[in-house]
Ligand binder design. Structure first.
Ligand SMILES: Nc1nc2c(ncn2[C@@H]2O[C@H](COP(=O)(O)OP(=O)(O)OP(=O)(O)O)[C@@H](O)[C@H]2O)c(=O)[nH]1
Ligand SMILES: [Mg+2]
Length: 352
C-alpha cells in the first residue's frame, strides 16, 4: 500500500507557497503533501520525497479531500491528519436528488476555458465559465481550438474579448505544439491549471500538446461506441514545463454554485450601472430610475447580455439554495398541496 517513487519533486514544484506554509506550525512533525488523485479506498499523494498512496481513512473522507488539496501526513505512518485551507475551489452540486455540494478541484491557479471555432462557440457558456473561474479563484484564459478549420478566427476572438475587460483569449490548432506553446507561461513549475469545456472541443488534445504523457483523445475511441465522453480519470498530471494539470470529467457538468459576487465581476458593466439605480433593490425590470434599463434604451447596453446575466443569476440562486432551504421549500409546498386538497374535499362536502 505504501510505496515511494522519486520524481525529483520539491514542495515548491508541487505548488507549495507561503499561503500554505503559514497554516503549518513551525515545530509540527507532520509532512505536507499534495493530493494527485482520490480513489474509492486510497489517496494518491506527492511530496518532496516522491509519490505515495495512502488509504482513504474515515477521517480523510470527512475532510472532503479532493484533487489539488494540500494535506498533512502523520510523521510515522501513511495517514492523513488534516487538510490545509484552499486559496480556491471548484465545486459542483451532486447529481440526483441530494443537494450536496461536492469539492471537485482545489488550489487551481489558471483555468483554460476551452471552446472551438465552430458551433460549440457560445458567449453565454463562456460567461458562465468566466464566473466559475472567478468564483474558484482561478485566472481564466479562453482557448479557441480548431482555428485551422476556419478561414478566420477574428470574429470569435472579438466576441470572446468583448466578454470581460482584459480577459485573455487565444485561438489555435490544439494539435500543433508550436501554436500551443503560447499557453506555456501558465504551465510552469509549481503552477496548477485545469480545463473546462464541452466534450470534443480538444481538451485532451491540448493536454497532449502541453504534457509529456499521452491521453486518450476522441479519435482513439471514436469507433467503440461507448458514449461521448472520452476522459474519465480524475487526477492531476505533470506537464512538460513543470506545472500540473487537473483534468477531471466532473468539470464538464459544472453549474453555478454560490457565484454571486463573481457574476458581478464578469458582468462588471451591469453591476456598475446597477449601483446607480434609484432603488438599492432594483431588479431592472420596470422600476423608475433604473440605470440598467436606461442604458438599454440608450443603446449602450446589449439586451441579450442583460438576459444572459439574469439567467445565470437565477441559476446561481437555484443551485446555491442550501439543503435546509430546499427542504423547507418542499415542506411549504407540501403544506400548500395539502391545504389545496383539504379545500377541495371541503368543497365536495367533506366526505372524508
Ligand atoms: N483540426 C483540429 N482538430 C482538433 C483540434 N483540437 C482537437 N481536435 C480533434 O477533435 C477531436 C476531439 O478532441 P479531444 O481532445 O478528444 O476532445 P476533448 O475535449 O478531450 O473531449 P472529451 O474528453 O470527450 O471531453 C479529436 O479528434 C481531435 O484530434 C484542433 O485544434 N484542430
Ligand atoms: Mg478528453
Amino acid at each position: 500500500m505504501h510505496y515511494l517513487m522519486s520524481l525529483g519533486l520539491t514542495l515548491q514544484s508541487l505548488g507549495w507557497r507561503s499561503f500554505f506554509q503559514s497554516q503549518v506550525d513551525i515545530d509540527a512533525t507532520e509532512r505536507p503533501a499534495r493530493v494527485l488523485g482520490v480513489h474509492r479506498d486510497r489517496v494518491e499523494l506527492a511530496h518532496g520525497d516522491g509519490q505515495e498512496s495512502v488509504p482513504l481513512s474515515h477521517k480523510a473522507a470527512e475532510l472532503g479531500i479532493t484533487v489539488g488539496d494540500w494535506v498533512l501526513l502523520d510523521a510515522d505512518k501513511p495517514a492523513i491528519t488534516g487538510r490545509l485551507d484552499r486559496f480556491g475551489l471548484f465545486q459542483r452540486r451532486a447529481a440526483g436528488t441530494s443537494a450536496e455540494i461536492q469539492p471537485l478541484a482545489a488550489n487551481v491557479d489558471t483555468l483554460f476555458i476551452v471552446t472551438s471555432a465552430n458551433r460549440d462557440f457560445n458567449v453565454a457558456r463562456l460567461e458562465r465559465y468566466l464566473a466559475i473561474a472567478h468564483e474558484a479563484g482561478a485566472y481564466p484564459v479562453i482557448v479557441i481550438t480548431k482555428a485551422d478549420m476556419v478561414e478566420s478566427t477574428d470574429d470569435y476572438l472579438a466576441q470572446a474579448r468583448r466578454l470581460s475587460p482584459g480577459v485573455l483569449v487565444e485561438a489555435l490548432d490544439a494539435r500543433d505544439r508550436d501554436q500551443v506553446a503560447i499557453l506555456r507561461p501558465w504551465c510552469e513549475s509549481g503552477q496548477t491549471v485545469a480545463l473546462l469545456g464541452s466534450s470534443g472541443v480538444g481538451k485532451s488534445t491540448l493536454v497532449n500538446s502541453l504534457a509529456g504523457t499521452v491521453q486518450d483523445t476522441r479519435q482513439v475511441r471514436e469507433d467503440d461506441q461507448r458514449g461521448r465522453h472520452t476522459t474519465t480519470a480524475r487526477s492531476m498530471h505533470p506537464l512538460a514545463d513543470g506545472g500540473w494539470l487537473i483534468d477531471t470529467p466532473g468539470m464538464r457538468e459544472l453549474q453555478l454554485v454560490d457565484v454571486g459576487d463573481a457574476l458581478d465581476e464578469v458582468f462588471a458593466e451591469i453591476a456598475e450601472l446597477a449601483a446607480t439605480c434609484r432603488f438599492a433593490d432594483c431588479v431592472h425590470e420596470a422600476e423608475p430610475g433604473c440605470a440598467v434599463l436606461a442604458a438599454i434604451e440608450a443603446g449602450t447596453l446589449d439586451e441579450d447580455r442583460l438576459r444572459r446575466y439574469r439567467k445565470l443569476r437565477s441559476e446561481d440562486r437555484r443551485n446555491s439554495e442550501t439543503i435546509a432551504e430546499r427542504r423547507s421549500r418542499d415542506r411549504d409546498l407540501g403544506r400548500f398541496y395539502k391545504s389545496v386538497l383539504a379545500g377541495k374535499r371541503q368543497e365536495k362536502g367533506g366526505k372524508e
